[in-house]
Design a protein around this ligand. Sequence first.
Ligand code: GDP
Ligand code: GDP
Length: 455
Amino acid sequence: AAEEGFDIEDVEGAIEAAGHGPLPVLAVVGRPNVGKSTLVNRIIGRREAVVEDKPGVTRDRVTYEAEWSGRRFKVVDTGGWEQDVLGIDASVAAQAEYAIEASDAVVFVVDAKVGATDTDEAVVRLLRKAGKPVVLCANKVDGLSGESDAAYLWSLGLGEPHPVSALHGRGTGDMLDAVLEALPEAPAQTFGTAVGGPRRIALIGRPNVGKSSLLNKVAGEERVVVNELAGTTRDPVDELIELGGTTWKFVDTAGIRKRVHLQQGADYYASLRTAAAVEKAELAVILLDASENISVQDQRIVTMAVEAGRAVVLAFNKWDTLDEERRYYLEREIETELGQVAWAPRVNVSARTGRHMEKLVPAIEAALAGWETRVPTGRLNAFLGELVSAHPHPVRGGKQPRILFGTQAGTKPPRFVLFASGFIEAGYRRFIERRLREEFGFEGTPIHISVRVRE
Ligand code: GDP
Ligand code: GDP
């Protein structure tokens, strides 16, 4: 490395940074208007603006990446909840329950000016039951005079209230220090405890694509559909299902089985549930309704799984309803609308007739194999060397940036760091990704490529 002009410590640092495993997840919960979104904005440093919501406008983005004191983690923002959907208590409870389920630690936000309300107390009970580490944020303490309001919140029994002004930034640093203490290094429920256990699958897709039908089919029995308010049942959230001789853990199946049809806020609710399931899973089976056009909502769900770095299988359901013409147009649509997951294995199934159910497991296994692929450094560099000499980067400003060497810094999904002599254009990066896939497979998995440029 040194002869290529890179400092060995830079190289090691870059590899370590690129190779980070899955990040721990922090959920920010609390009543409407206590300042959750404002706080999330502050935590993520406004690197990604949280758009001001109009009522009824879908807010699909619920997970953001953040960094504090050199540590990276994810933040789940529950601020987009429509409070009048279920009535305030039920909606706050449901929102908190989903967020808590998917998280490794929780920031519970209370409006210190208002004090603890009955709804706050209800959330505290949920937090106790969940047993996750909690940091209590006493928000809207904009000045010294508000500190005594914060002190009243000791009564919630969640330990020290951290006086914060999410709006002005006062106290957020101290609170984030407490958050880092509460957050494990790696997401426990996702990877730490599950080594050797059943692989975790999230069955996701927009409402009515056939998720519960498919689940019933693969579970081999019709189950009673529970018609209850979300968040009020205590049924198991994950189910172990044997398929193709292997036991798989389908995560958050309770969310699939609960048939809650909400008017407003349903999309947001679905997004939150999907995000929670994706966080807990290694692989997402994304179900689409083959009889309908691929929608923006379908694409959002795909993006969620890809951005979370999960292995992906696409399952086109309701295949029994397709005629020749629809099949023709569907293929065109897949090409134009689902280009971002052109690498995902695809199965055409029918939850109704059971068509091609047996193809699901091979697709899942192929995607997980791609997700875990590790390319030895020697092989990677032989490949890169050939690639670069056969297809050099275009000359820019009289210079020709070159990929000097690379390494795979991590798996699940595969992450690469490439070291270059100059800025590598996006087009050339995409070209490299394409060729990497041609050479090494990576079926069913997103891959990350970061490029370090020699100073
Ligand atoms: P959410 O519904 O919990 O996400 O709450 P928002 O973040 O949307 O905030 C609700 C309102 O409280 C907005 O008008 C914010 O500007 C205001 N707010 C949030 N944090 C603070 C704060 O620290 N101090 C003051 N004075 N107002 C705040
Ligand atoms: P979910 O909201 O994604 O869980 O979807 P459901 O499983 O409740 O299915 C929605 C509707 O689609 C129901 O009326 C199902 O009977 C129907 N459905 C599900 N799978 C199939 C299928 O493979 N073929 C046909 N024709 N209908 C299906």
